[in-house]
Design a protein around this ligand. Structure first.
Ligand code: ATP
Length: 577
């Protein structure tokens, strides 16, 4: 049935599939929706009863009252129905359908986020704009589908029946005009859909840049680029507004054409009615009543046309929402993936190769054996593949060739979520949320007690500064931790990693805390020599290959690339050489 309807609406197989997936979101709420639809129909019943009363009144009293009172009642019903719709829309449907899309526990929501320290493929601001718009359009589409089509059809039928009961000849004339506004609306919907798409793309671009500028405001200010960015933003917004303005003009023309048809229908029916009155075949009262109910025909026709247009726009939202959900879904757990428990910490890279695209390999034949509790430092020039190795270890990507094993099990046979629960990550640019220090430390373990949080903070040398802050662990750090220093942010992220008590540790920091790495298999990408010297093994990566691998003393004795790095900068940063 869906296919047949879709065929009439000019939708292809992909759109049908999307519609099916969209309907799956409202399926769990079908009972609530049915109840609300019944309530809405109930609210409108007085209007329908009034229609019949109006017919009698017109015939018996031959007065002009019903038209205006019909409009009054209809307005009252609309108001009541509007409030029911609104309450439901706000309280239920947005929360349900939108919430389902956003809920982390939902199938689609479980998709992994992109690797945190790899450049994301899409800018967050643009993505959020598209997603937000997509979900709104999605909910509006589902809303229209559920609540406007059926009532629209019912009131269309009622209006036609009432009009034919008033005068079948006048009705035939009006019915001739009735499809015209709908045809105009359908013809216009193609341009409206294209416009919606263009507008969405534009806003995506605007907010992607806006997001970048806001998060990099220090760089913008230090290069005195505020004015240039402001101009750029205003230019982009003006471009988007240009599309909106053009759209308003087009929509106004379309509305005017539809109104013209309604006016023509009215004029034609008045002319024809005057002719019939002169011949004594109808009355003035019938004509007045008829004109009132004529609106009851064109109203539903217009609203059904509106539904069609909304659905076409919603199909763009479906495109956006599903493309985002599907894009995030690329690394699924294998059907029989095992949970990761009691990790000892043995890590093996076996002939691992990887490339972000087919054209270029970033890692080539990496072999590595790490015993539980060992500390591995990875050094090498910028772009040599250090971060990529770490991303593969967290299974943000799968190797193109070879395999990575933890305690003898291939990562592809493990549940991703439980794998990441065993891995603690401390980044150079630590991410803290606009929340209390306590909540930030407990991020990976929301069930942690205050005592545990404090113990972790003490171990990370954070307790001292936290206790001097107003409110201590209840101090809110501001957006991206703007109310505390970079070093303090890093201490919080170290405390967070300690509280999680992971079996594997990944550190991308200047200094690795001995307390943190002790007894854990640790991977360090550090730019400071002092951090690297104590490692059990130092991997030297160059052009995606391990060219040297040993401890500091042995590598120095070999007098190879690592030794040249150290000599080049015995006191400074390794990567500067
Ligand atoms: N998401 C990505 N998509 C495409 N290419 C990428 C992506 N991330 C990294 N690369 C490329 O892969 C190569 C290795 O990058 P990687 O980040 O692993 O290097 P790195 O050794 O950690 O560098 P650095 O020390 O500068 O952080 C680089 O040439 C980089 O341009």
């Amino acid at each position: 049935m869906l296919k047949t309807i879709a065929g009439y609406l000019g939708m292809n197989a992909n759109k049908v599939l999307q519609a099916r997936r969209a309907l799956a979101f409202i399926k769990p709420h079908r009972k609530t929706i049915s109840v609300i639809m019944a309530i809405m129909l109930l609210f409108r019943r007085p209007g329908a009863a009034h229609l019949q009363g109006g017919v009698r009144q017109a015939r018996d009293e031959r007065r002009t009252e019903p038209a205006s009172s019909g409009r009054r009642l209809d307005h009252g019903c609309r108001r009541r129905q509007g409030s029911v719709e609104r309450i439901f829309q706000l309280a239920q449907l947005e929360g349900a359908a939108g919430g389902q899309l956003q809920a982390p526990g939902h199938d689609y929501g479980e998709a992994p986020f992109p690797a945190p320290f790899l450049p994301p493929r899409r800018n967050g601001g643009g993505l959020m704009t598209r997603l937000n718009h997509g979900i709104n359009g999605f909910v509006t589409g589902i809303w229209d589908l559920a609540f406007n089509i059926l009532p629209g059809l019912i009131y269309l039928v009622i209006s036609v029946v009432v009009m034919f009961r008033l005068d079948w000849r006048l009705s035939l004339l009006v019915v001739f005009f009735a499809p015209l506004p709908a045809m105009i609306g359908v013809a216009a919907s193609h341009e409206q859909t294209a416009r919606e798409s263009a507008l969405l793309y534009r806003w995506g671009v605007v907010f992607a840049r806006f997001n970048e500028v806001l998060s990099g405001i220090v760089t913008v200010k230090s290069f005195a680029m505020e004015e240039a960015e402001r101009k750029r933003f205003m230019g982009d917004v003006a471009e988007a507004h240009g599309i909106v303005r053009k759209g308003v003009v087009t929509d106004t023309k379309i509305g005017a054409a539809q109104n013209l048809v309604v006016m023509l229908a009215k004029t034609a029916s008045i002319g024809f009615a005057i002719y019939l009155i002169q011949r004594g075949e109808t009355t003035v009262g019938t004509l007045m009543a008829f004109l009132g109910y004529q609106g009851g025909l064109f109203g539903p026709v217009n609203s059904l046309t509106g539904v069609y247009q909304t659905l076409r726009k919603a199909s763009i939202s479906f495109d956006i929402v599903f493309s985002i959900l599907d894009a995030e879904d690329h690394l699924q757990d294998a059907p029989h993936a095992a949970p990761v428990e009691n990790v000892k910490g043995e890590v093996v890279f076996s002939n691992v190769s990887f490339g972000y695209s087919d054209e270029r390999r970033v890692l080539n034949g990496i072999d590595l054996h790490v015993e539980p509790g060992e500390t591995i430092a990875i050094v090498g020039p910028s772009g040599s593949g250090k971060t990529t190795m770490i991303s593969l270890l967290q299974r943000f990507y799968d190797p193109t060739a070879g395999s990575i094993l933890i305690d003898g099990t291939d990562l592809r046979g493990l549940q991703q979520r439980s794998l990441r629960q065993q891995i603690g990550v401390v980044l150079q640019d630590a991410l803290v949320f606009n929340d209390t220090i306590g909540n930030n430390i407990a991020y990976g373990r929301p069930d942690a007690t205050l005592e545990e949080i404090e113990a972790a903070a003490r171990a990370a040398n954070a307790h001292n500064f936290v206790s001097h802050l107003p409110g201590g662990y209840d101090f809110v750090v501001g957006e991206r931790g703007c109310r505390i220093s970079v070093g303090e942010r890093q201490r919080i992220s170290i405390a967070r990693a300690l509280l999680k008590n992971p079996s594997l540790l990944i550190l991308l920091v200047q200094d690795a805390l001995d307390r943190l790495i002790k007894g854990r298999t640790s991977f360090i990408i550090a730019h400071r020599l002092s951090t690297v010297v104590g490692a059990h093994k130092i991997l030297v990566l160059k052009d995606g290959q391990i060219i040297e691998s040993d401890n500091h003393d042995s590598l120095m004795k070999q007098d190879g690339y690592y030794a040249s790095l150290v000599k080049c900068q015995s006191r400074g940063l390794l990567m500067a050489c």
